[in-house]
Design a protein around this ligand. Sequence first.
Ligand SMILES: NC(=O)c1ccc[n+]([C@@H]2O[C@H](COP(=O)([O-])OP(=O)(O)OC[C@H]3O[C@@H](n4cnc5c(N)ncnc54)[C@H](O)[C@@H]3O)[C@@H](O)[C@H]2O)c1
Length: 394
Amino acid sequence: MTELHTSQPLGIIVNGATGRMGYRQHLVRSLLAIRDSGGVPLPNGTKQPIELYLVGRNAEKLKEVAEAHSIKRWTTDLDQALAAEGFPIYFDALITQLRVPAIRKAIAAGKHIYTEKPTAESYAEALALAEEAEAAGIHNGVVHDKLYLPGLLKLRRLIDSGFFGEILSVRGEFGYWVFEGDWQPAQRPSWNYRAEDGGGIVVDMYPHWNYVIENLFGSISTVYATTRTHIPQRVDESGSPYTATADDAAYGIFELADGPIVQLNSSWATRVNRDELVEFHVDGTRGSAVVGLFSAKIQERNATPKPVWNPDIPDPRDYSATWSAVPQNEPAENGFKLQWIEFLRSVLGAGEHRYDFRSGAAGMLLAEAALASHEQGRKVSLTEHAQNLIGGPQ
Ligand SMILES: NC(=O)c1ccc[n+]([C@@H]2O[C@H](COP(=O)([O-])OP(=O)(O)OC[C@H]3O[C@@H](n4cnc5c(N)ncnc54)[C@H](O)[C@@H]3O)[C@@H](O)[C@H]2O)c1
């Protein structure tokens, strides 16, 4: 394993640095924000400086990004970056299909690895990757950004404080209209809509739903999902029409081993009429909450209005006015940055990072079980599905 030299800047290789996630969330909002504030804040009050090494396929774009942000090192050759002195950490934000071979190279080079999700395109491969990382003794982490969102941190606090009593049910709405690409450019890459290129809303979003549900509400025992490709034809980045072969919407019901029932709609073909692009409505015996990326509002049992069904007159009550906002008591931080700090601290031996490759593999299991549920038209048990996929419970 690569030795850490903490007196030197901690070197991080960033692969896929010019991609949508790689650039905006990981480079600009997380790593450059950490670098420019003096480094990784450590529990003892000091800061560990960091240095970045960008990797990508387009030399022109890389050079432009590197110069714009005063980053000295960049290359289009991953092997060259992996062989460089002083860069013990590898980060991967490539398209999903390219992830496994790139991570395997980084494991072989003894790097500690942090990666975007999903870790692989199948559960079996994601599990194999987790085992290989564990055998190599490296720190391994997967992005679980939604758990670090200000809204979900508020939800965590509501749960921990016992606000809900018994949580009965959770309904989630995620999604927005992704332009078809014809009369306005699409706001997501075209590979997201081609199954053969690793696209699809289930493989994209169900790894997120897995860690959100498991960490907040409990372990998932079964999934029932129906998927659709609502928009069958789209136009790509170069203006060429293509057939959308991947699902762009998924309607799922999740049963928890010992807990609430969770329903989640995920869609890139829905027009937003909510306060935020994702919202979870949690109903408990003592109170309810509606939580988004940033905000959370609550209604307690003893402040619950008494609706009366009367189809003969317009309802005079303003229901949304009967909820109260949960205050933002600390400054809101970018969720990706918060998790980066946790991961880097763990590599430096100054804290724990909770979400490893095994947790990433669990996300792929849920995605694959949901796709099987759609194909078979039935509810699928996760334990049984894991047995089918790899021949035994893990
Ligand atoms: N955590 C989240 O909320 C979240 C959101 C969206 C996407 N993602 C994940 O992030 C990853 C990247 O998604 P994105 O939306 O940024 O995609 P993107 O297409 O914008 O970026 C992908 C990167 O891979 C590189 N790449 C593509 N093809 C390549 C090739 N043949 N050789 C070398 N490099 C190549 C691109 O240059 C780019 O840097 C995916 O795995 C996706 O599932 C995560």
